[in-house]
Design a protein around this ligand. Structure first.
Ligand SMILES: *[C@@H]1O[C@H](CO)[C@@H](O)[C@H](O)[C@H]1NC(C)=O
Ligand SMILES: *[C@@H]1O[C@H](CO)[C@@H](O)[C@H](O)[C@H]1NC(C)=O
Ligand SMILES: *[C@@H]1O[C@H](CO)[C@@H](O)[C@H](O)[C@H]1NC(C)=O
Ligand SMILES: *[C@@H]1O[C@H](CO)[C@@H](O)[C@H](O)[C@H]1NC(C)=O
Ligand SMILES: *[C@@H]1O[C@H](CO)[C@@H](O)[C@H](O)[C@H]1NC(C)=O
Length: 414
């Protein structure tokens, strides 16, 4: 979810110069990263060969077989699943990315460290999903994904939960002729899972267990400055003016904005985005590998709908985990009630493990506790034993394998 604010910042950045922002960023807080230091660390070796590779190419380069599959949703979206196939009876595992991210998240850390590879080495059949609207899932049987096509972009994490996940799960279980051994979600990958598990219990029944990395259901106590945007949740007009009414900031828009600066896009992104990233997710210089930043930024933000963003802002504001709020009048038509219905989390029967961290600014421990209390079948809870661990560290921390993935593997073997 950090990319959200990179995106918003970058659109606001049209009005401030890169230099003044940088000065601001460095002077405001000594825990902001030291740009000079990063540039020294990056050295002359700034060219990172993974930057121009897509998920499939990254997997192959790491020495694993890779396949792409397309799953069709009930409402006509064509979703790309990337796969690192196992042997014949390998248990299938689905990894689902967060907001504005993609299947690439799970492999960026590289061989021997990235979760997808660690699981493949353990003999699992790895499936990496892509939600509608991201780089790999911008296709529909009849609708064009152009930013001006309101119909294509008329979705939030609700539709990802009720359509995308059931389509992927049905596809995987059909191909492998096995139930899904484990579903692993990061951030919005957990949100959409909870929606599915409540609204489509027949799909949830095909899943052995679910592991939530940085679980996002309740977001009322979010520490991230994203919080301040929530007051605009009901002013679609204002939001649309900054980020587009339908598609929320696809990659090309960022590149256009950067080009507008007439500056070196890579340099700009490295300098600004690493600061913004910490500002959104929590500061953790120790676990962040700056060498990965160009690769991360070449894949994310990967695109979603403005409606998804607004749905999250509504949840921050309302403090509830519930369906999209269309306003009183339209709510009456759609839900037959003035307020949108809550997702009833106590209806979930899939065993769920909750992994969370103290310094995750998007995911306050108070909100995780509330989620824990709402679920009836919690398998495990794990507060990462590194106080600075933040939202993105679940994917990209230097020590993610020892701090997070070891325990995750244990749960999967139970
Ligand atoms: C930033 O890093 C450079 C190089 O290591 C160092 O010379 C400089 O003093 C640092 N600046 C701050 C504010 O820490
Ligand atoms: C299941 O797989 C078979 C072949 O493997 C295919 O013909 C069929 O259409 C698939 N069904 C679904 C629902 O994907
Ligand atoms: C939620 O589901 C539980 C378990 O099925 C049920 O007891 C409870 O009444 C439901 N709550 C609401 C608000 O529907
Ligand atoms: C929750 O579970 C209860 C009892 O099984 C059921 O009556 C209700 O329809 C479920 N709610 C949802 C939203 O599936
Ligand atoms: C940082 O990332 C680079 C590129 O993947 C890798 O070679 C290096 O070992 C990583 N450093 C640490 C401390 O993980």
């Amino acid at each position: 979810m950090w990319q959200t604010v990179i995106a918003i910042f970058l659109s606001l950045c049209k009005f401030i110069s890169a230099e003044s922002f940088e000065t601001f960023a460095i002077s405001q807080d000594s825990s902001f990263i030291n740009i000079t230091q990063i540039n020294i660390e990056l050295g002359n070796d700034k060219y990172n060969t993974d930057v121009n590779l897509n998920t499939l190419q990254m997997i192959r380069k790491a020495g694993y077989p890779a396949e792409a599959h397309i799953a069709l949703t009930e409402d006509g979206y064509l979703l790309t699943l990337h796969r690192i196939p196992g042997s014949k009876n390998s248990p299938p595992v689905l990894l689902q990315h967060g907001l504005l991210c993609s299947s690439a998240d799970w492999v960026i850390l590289g061989r021997g460290k990235a979760l997808a590879y660690i699981l493949a080495d353990q003999g699992y059949d790895i499936w990496l999903g892509n939600f509608r609207g991201n780089t790999y899932s911008r296709a529909h049987i009849s609708l064009s994904p152009s930013s001006s096509n309101a119909q294509f972009w008329d979705f939030s994490f609700h539709e990802m939960g009720i359509y995308d996940l059931p389509a992927m799960i049905t596809y995987i279980t059909n191909i492998t002729a096995q139930p899904l051994h484990t579903y692993i979600g990061h951030s919005m990958g957990t949100t959409a899972f909870y929606v599915m598990a409540v609204e489509r219990p027949e799909s949830a029944a095909m899943i052995g267990r679910m592991i939530s990395l940085a679980p996002i259901a309740f977001v009322e106590h979010m520490k991230s400055p994203l919080h301040y945007l929530a007051r605009f949740a009901n002013y679609l007009g204002i939001i649309a003016r900054f980020v587009g009414a339908n598609e929320f900031l696809p990659q090309s828009t960022i590149l256009r904005i950067l080009a507008g600066y007439g500056c070196d896009a890579d340099l700009f992104k490295e300098k600004i985005c690493s600061n913004v990233l910490f500002l959104i997710c929590g500061f953790d210089k120790e676990q962040f590998n700056y060498t990965l930043l160009p690769t991360i930024l070449s894949h994310d933000p990967a695109g979603t709908s403005t409606k998804t963003m607004i749905h999250f802002l509504q949840e921050i504001r309302s403090g509830k985990f519930r369906q999209y709020d269309y306003g009183r009048k339209k709510n009456m038509q759609i839900y037959k009630a003035p307020q949108p219905p809550d997702y009833n989390l106590s209806n979930i029967t899939t065993p769920i493990a909750l992994f969370y961290a103290d310094n995750d600014w998007l995911n306050n421990v108070i909100d995780v506790k509330r989620l824990y209390n709402s679920l009836t079948n919690v398998l495990d809870t794990y507060r990462v034993s590194f106080p600075k661990f933040n939202h993105i560290d679940f994917l990209w921390a230097k020590d993610a394998p020892t701090l997070v993935y070891d325990r995750l593997l244990q749960i999967m073997k139970r």
